[in-house]
Design a protein around this ligand. Structure first.
Ligand SMILES: N[C@@H](CCC(=O)N[C@@H](CS)C(=O)NCC(=O)O)C(=O)O
Length: 209
């Protein structure tokens, strides 16, 4: 059985959780308590020396230590339901949007949260090394995040899905980004009608968790 090292409140492991659910893959869960710093413990370092969640132990026993590896593995090992596209063109489009959502959405959210939260002083980046907060990055992150909502809304005009014409990893990553943006007090509103419609449709998907 696959084991997911998870944290129920964190966005990155939610990405892996959604992918497992969309593909209908049964798995065990081990909850890592990020609030108490369990990711930095000696025992978790043995599992993932990068001290981050998600990590995924495959049925064969290999440990995959980030979403990129987890996605590549799950898509290859469980090709149904395809989430990275089927045709070359669709694969390219999904990869492009996946990258944009990570860079233009998830990264700005992290910039805001990690450079403002009193709980993250000297933890401005995840991982085993401590880095000081840079308040200006939070300011820039907020501006980027607000722009990202406009980009996503424009993209979704007349579309059911973000990339290709199928549900894909890009939609899952975007759900995680849009939902977690609330920590920066950014939420879709009447300025983002297409984004609101798409998010409401995503909420109907049986796997959404
Ligand atoms: N590249 C990683 C990033 C994972 C990541 O940043 N996870 C955060 C939770 S959302 C984490 O483990 N944080 C630990 C910390 O802040 O010390 C991935 O997407 O798999």
């Amino acid at each position: 059985m696959i084991t997911l090292y998870d944290c129920a409140t964190a966005p990155s492991p939610r990405r892996a959780r959604l992918l497992l659910a969309a593909k209908g893959i049964a798995h065990d869960t081990v909850e890592i308590d990020l609030r108490s710093g369990e990711q930095l413990s000696e025992s978790y370092r043995q599992i993932n020396p990068q001290c981050t969640v998600p990590a995924l132990r495959t049925e064969e026993g290999a440990v995959l230590t980030d979403n990129a590896a987890i996605t590549a593995y799950l898509e290859a090992r469980y090709p149904q339901v395809p989430m990275l596209g089927v045709t070359p063109q669709d694969k390219a489009e999904i990869a492009s949007w996946q990258w944009r959502i990570e860079f233009e959405g998830l990264m700005p959210i992290a910039e805001v949260l990690r450079n403002t939260s009193p709980a993250m002083v000297d933890r401005a980046l995840p991982g085993p090394v401590n880095y000081a907060q840079i308040p200006a990055l939070a300011e820039r992150g907020l501006a980027r995040l607000q722009h990202f909502f406009v980009v996503l809304n424009d993209r979704l005009a007349g579309r059911d899905y973000i990339a290709a014409s199928q549900l894909s990893l890009a939609d899952l990553t975007a759900v995680v980004a849009v939902d977690f943006a609330r920590i920066a007090k950014v939420k879709p509103d009447e300025r983002h009608p297409h984004l609101l419609r798409w998010r409401a449709a995503m909420a109907q998907k049986p796997f959404l968790c």
